[in-house]
Design a binder for this molecule. Structure first.
Ligand code: IPT
Length: 271
């Protein structure tokens, strides 16, 4: 048997760690994995990747590409009878899916900062073409709103450390200085830490930074990063298990879909 993985940019830490975990689990079960990477965030690019996998006669596909509900439905249709498991869609999307709960993660980040007494909170989102970036942003705004807070600055990055650095420089140049920054992923947080350092500000004494993902290296940033953990090893393991179960049982996708919890990992960038 062969599984196909259609994935977003593998130069990013999260998708590469997810692919690695999938590959490990598939090999344990005696499956092969072939990978097709999209080169831009669009439905057309995702179609091309899925077509490429289908032409290699895969037995099922894992789709780690951010897709709106309509786009996910279009890809599910393109797959026809081929089992397709989605990893980056809205929890409401009507497809076979396995996801970390974006509302839970966003809420945990905001509540951690509020519990520390922060009121002047800036946010740095991921690229808004990505459904997960949009859902995290929405979750932050909703949780802040229940405490009558709006972010003092909002910037948008593209998930890369470089964008985190550039956007943090812009953010720190605003007249209102935040006491904390909510960052949509750890890679951008890495760039934010450098920008904050260049501004001569101390983390966490003068400014707190919280990431999202808990990718492998985040405990080795300086200071070690406080973040919201998405257990990518578990995601890789569970997604392969569920797709393989599906291949064997042809069960109904609603009953197999899974929403995984996130958790707060407190290190040394928040106080
Ligand atoms: C998501 C990561 O949280 C983010 O850091 C970025 O790498 C993104 O993937 C790339 O698409 S995780 C995804 C399963 C929602």
């Amino acid at each position: 048997f062969t599984l196909g993985l259609a994935t977003t940019e593998l130069a990013l830490h999260a998708p590469s760690q997810i692919a690695s975990a999938m590959k490990t689990r598939a090999n344990q079960l005696g499956f092969n994995v072939v990978i097709s990477m999209i080169d831009n965030l669009s439905l057309a690019a995702c179609r091309t990747a899925v077509n490429e996998l289908m032409s290699q006669r895969v037995d099922g596909v894992l789709i780690n590409v951010p897709l709106s509900n309509d786009d996910a439905a279009a890809i599910a249709q393109l797959c026809g009878n081929l089992p397709a498991l989605f990893l980056d869609v809205d929890p409401e999307a009507d497809v076979f899916k396995i996801l970390f709960d974006p509302h839970c993660g966003a809420k945990q980040g905001v509540e951690h900062l509020l519990a520390l007494g922060h009121q002047q909170i800036a946010v740095l989102t991921g690229p808004l073409e990505s459904i997960s970036a949009r859902l995290r942003y929405e979750g932050w705004l909703n949780t802040l709103a229940t405490h009558d807070i709006t972010p003092c600055v909002v910037q948008h990055g593209d998930w890369s450390a470089a964008s985190g650095y550039q956007q943090a420089l812009l953010l720190l140049n605003q007249p209102v200085r935040p006491t904390a920054i909510l960052v949509a992923n750890d890679q951008m947080a890495l760039g934010v830490l450098r920008a904050v350092h260049e501004f001569g500000l101390r983390v966490p004494e003068q400014i707190s930074v919280i990431g999202y993902d808990d990718t492998e290296d985040s405990a080795f940033f300086f200071p070690p990063l406080t973040t919201i953990k998405q257990d990518f090893r578990l995601l890789g393991h569970e997604s392969v298990n569920r797709l393989v179960d599906h291949l064997h049982n042809h069960s109904d996708h609603h009953s197999d879909s899974l929403l995984l919890p996130t958790s707060l990992v407190e290190r040394y960038t928040t106080a």
